[in-house]
Every structure is written in C-alpha cells, then in structure tokens.
Design a protein around this ligand. Sequence first.
Ligand SMILES: [Zn+2]
Length: 406
Amino acid sequence: MENTNPITEKYHFKNDYDDYTEHNAKPHIENKSISAQSQIASRLNFKWDSTLKELQHWSSSDYSVYTGTSGVGLLLLKKAPDDKRNLRNIRKKYFQLEHLKNRCITFLCGDAGPLSIAAVISHKLEDQKIFDFCIKRLTAFLKVVKNTSSDLPNEYLYGRTGYLYALLFVNKHVSPPPFSGAVIRSVITTILSCGENLARHLKMEKECPLMFEWHESKYLGAAHGISGIIYLLLQAKEYLLEGELNDLIKPTIAYLTTLRFPTGNFPSSIGPGKKDKYVQWCHGAPGFLYMYCAAYRVFGDQLYIYNALKCADIIWWRGLLKKGYSLCHGVAGNAYCFLELFQTTKEEKHLYRAIKFAEYCLDYTEQREECTPDRPMSLFEGISGPMYLLLDIQDPMNAKFPGFTL
Ligand SMILES: [Zn+2]
C-alpha cells in the first residue's frame, strides 16, 4: 500500500521507482549480487573519482567518525582495506591521535572512534606501539563508562552503547581480540542495569523491563534511543545470558512494538502527542527494522520478520528524504535498512530496493537536498556517506552500516 499522506510528504519525495518484481530486478541483480550492467556498478568509478576530487583539499579540526576526519578515513579504508601504503597514508592524514581531546567516549562522536580504527589499522601494519597506545586509551574510558552515578547516557552517539561498539569493532578486526569477555561483559551489565533502574523508577518494569533516556527524553530511534541500544546488545548476544535475552530484551521489544503508528512508522520518543514525521536512521522505523532483524537472528521468531517487513515498506514509500542523501537522516542511511533485511531473509526484493535507493544517491543534486549539510564532506551528514554505501553495496551480503552494524 502506498503512503500518500500530505503531512508526511513534507519530509520526503514521492517514490516513483517501480517496486520489486522479478522482471524489474533482472537488469540489476545477478546471483543475489549486483549485475555489472546495473548503473551502481557501471558508474561507480566515475562517482569515486568525483568524490575524491571534492575531498582532495578538505581538512577539519573535527576528528570524529560522524562529522570529521575519521569518518572520511573510514571511507578511504573501505576502498583499499589491505594496501599497506594506503593504510599508512590514511592513518597519518585522518587519524591524528595527538589531537584527541578526551571529551566523548563513543565510536561515532567521540575519541573511541578514531582510537579503535587506528588500532585496527596499526594491527594490520604490525605497529605494536601505536596499537598498544590505542588499546590503553580505549581501556581508560572504562572507569567513566562503569560509573552508573554519572550522567553519561547509554545511547549510540554519546553514550555507553557507542563505547561498547568501539570495543566490539576492535575485537572483531584484531586477532587475538584485545578486550576480554569480562571487559565487554562489564559494559553490557552497566547498560542493562541503567535500563532496569530507569524502568523501575518509572514503574514500567513489568511491561517494559528496560528504558533509557537522553537529555531527559525517552528516545526510540537508532542514534539516541532504545532501538539502537537493543540492536547492539543483540549483535553482542554471545556476551549476554539467556535470562537477560529472554526476560529483559524480549519483553522490551514487545513493548516497543505497541508504540507503532497505524502507518507502520514509530515515534522518535515516548510521550503524548508524538507526530508521525521521521523515517530516517536517527529517528523512526529504520532503527526498529535493525532491531527486529537482529531479534529474528537471535530468537528465530517469524514475528520479528513480519515487523521488520512493515518497517521496510514505510522506508520504501517515505525514505527518499528531502533532507538529502546522508547516512544519519538521508537516503543512504535508509538504503542500508534494505541491505540488513536482505542479509537476514536472503530475499531479492530487499536487495532490489537497496539498489534503487543507491541509484538515487548516484545522482547527487542539490535540487533534491532541501538543507545543505553543515559538514558537507562528512560520513554521517555529507557525501562520504552515500559514497560509502555505493562501495559497500557492491558486496551486498557483507555490507554494514558503518559505526552501527558490526
Ligand atoms: Zn540524523
């Protein structure tokens, strides 16, 4: 069913693409991957060259993954992840660790991003000194993270989940993994106990055993909210106990499902009078799609797939955002939802939809971007995000939303 609500159309362009049929998918997909004739394959090199040209003279004093140099570094790493000369140049130019200010502890917005990526690069370069430095600095944040009486939030961008992601990212890419199970577990139990405490304080623990706040709002989306937190916990399921999965996470997901608007979208936070506005990675259905896909992979219940498919439909109809092409609140971020669903279900339909959104990102024009991003080169707000998607989608079974999916 197409959504033609005039209120929501303030936020997105009408999706004029034909939806999936086997016939429509034929020119784009071959053996569950991108066909060489598809525009997103045949025009990739041209797009890469023009993006590089724009990035050539760019520099920034912002070192974050989200809007700064580490995000652009991550894009360049994606292109040539094992070329040692490339790795050395990228580390030198985009990961100037001496400038880190020790201000925030997360992968996307804080020092943990540059430190964890630099650790992985240094491991590949067999540079033990810088690797040890990064691990030591990352470990030092543990004290702040484990302090539950501080006002540190738990969400992805500025909170504990964003720190947990950094540790898991390093462990995934470095062998043997430098952070022990006990360290990872200590972060997870801190997040869970913060969630349980707030739910208890709000007297909602019976219906929803975990609740989190950021800036005194109970956000729900991927960036600041509970769907993002649960998504990472489910990705780290080998560190969770059966009881935590079944008695805390499962009922919390069931409660969150009751908050869905009749359209299939979700509010950005809990509270009265919430409007059905945003369908973007940071707010709305996209974060829920990831949570449901991960829940299906952990619990195997088809109901989660049903819920993820409902999210996917709303993203398809309302996901070509007037805000632009970015990962955080734009079309590239929404394209990744279809890739997550494709990887979970292996159904070609979702790959087809991802390809259409990626195709849309190939034709980057200012007419389709109502507000110019403040950081136009950056990974999460600017052109580096859609470029990252275009590289990543070439191997669709392994594409991963940077800084969010492990
Ligand atoms: Zn956003």
